[in-house]
Design a binder for this molecule. Sequence first.
Ligand code: XMP
Length: 523
Amino acid sequence: MTQHSHDRLLIIDFGSQVTQLIARRLRELNVYCEIHPYQKVTDAFLAEFAPKAIIFSGGPDSVTREGSPRPPQSAYTMGVPILGICYGQQVMMQDLGGIVEAGQSHTAEFGRAYVKPTELKTDLFNGWFLDPNGREQVWMSHGDHVAKLAPGFDVYGTSSGAPFAMTADLERRFYAVQFHPEVHHTPNGATLYANFVKLAGFTGDWTMGAYREEMIQKIRDEVGDKKVICALSGGVDSSVTGILLHEAIGDQLTCVFVDHGMLRLNEAEQVVAMFRENYNLNLIHADESDLFLNALEGVSDPEVKRKTIGKLFIDVFQKYANEIEGAEFLAQGTLYPDVIESVSFSGGPSVTIKSHHNVGGLPEKMGLKLVEPLRELFKDEVRALGTELGLPASFIGRHPFPGPGLAIRCPGEITREKLDILRKADAIYIDQIRKHGLYDDIWQAFAAILPMRTVGVMGDGRTYDFALALRAVTSVDGMTADYYPFTHEFLGETSTRIINEVQGINRVFYDCTSKPPGTIELE
Ligand code: XMP
């Protein structure tokens, strides 16, 4: 059996929409866990994985259906604690001798529900039911229900539709709940996970310091004395990837920073200086702005812009990478949410693997092997690792910046003149946001130069200059967003500064559109 340096928890995925949230809750407790689809979890897999505890996720199937998903039976005989959630509870009951009944309308529950404790107590529910009402809000989503408990189990909590909402076999340390403790609508759910990992004996040894050391050793083992190239954008994921690799293999790494001429004011210089001065890593600053800007001349369609930039990026990266003799690996900042194998029930029990191609299929094209040191991390963990590696806070907290850069903040045709004006205006806008202490409250803020000129009057003269749009949004994941409610004072002050300090702009608009119906970028 393989020796693992962390206590490991295995989440067997039966296809719930929220399985990833279980992993989030556990990582927050410094517990290392992995999600694997049930098809992959065989007896041999379990023995190799050597979990200290197992969680059965929820899932859309019915255990009453023949051939429905099951965990391997050795899960029950390994002597480790198991927590079953929703479908996971039902599968556990059925496997261990209980009875599950298929959906009937009076026992189905969807959405908010309340559980009440029975007379019995278990440490799994420490910190629950402290509310004067003596009940806890939970989130339910089940059609089937447990009709008879498996031998050895007792009931610890009930809801109106689930007489067996909270169940446990304390001797075997098997716990099973009908609701979903991982979602926000179960407000005290995190406590339940904390209790579970505590009683399973986890010490919370999954720290960024430990991860850093472990990953450095892993990279060294994987890469040996070979060379690695990495496309650096200055964003958090690629920066952390570059720095971690540099720490592991030093000069064997070369980073390529492609400047496509549509970066923000002084951005290329800042990124290059930060990496060269603080980390002394091999960095090629590929200034290819002429190539990109010439190719974009006369292009005004947003999708053609994106495609032109994407294709040229690959060509350019390949050209520089070819100069690095003997490079065998390409490093990518792929994150855990991009690689989780999820159980798909749409076309039968198949496995969908989302793959992530930051550099558009380059590894296959160039015959390179991939190194992806962030594959096990969520975004906020990447930020924590960046901090651990000494990446300045200003880099870690940067707003997202799209690959095509200012090209999509310059609706219509791109010209060098417009880009110069936009850079100056954007820098003032961001400076204003920082000065007012608002930067970290905002998901993304930027200026866009509009494809129109308007009449103004400055001094005694008439002007006919560009109009500028300011955009700032709040968001959790960029999928939906709301505009940021700046004060009129802030907007007035910023507009005045931009018009006074940037030649070529005589009018400023603030974009009050949410997403949907708008998008965050203007193109
Ligand atoms: P939208 O405009 O679609 O943007 O609401 C959502 C998030 O994605 C970023 N974005 C891009 N990122 N290439 C990228 O790398 C693109 O073509 C692109 N378009 C939008 C956008 O900045 C926001 O964070």
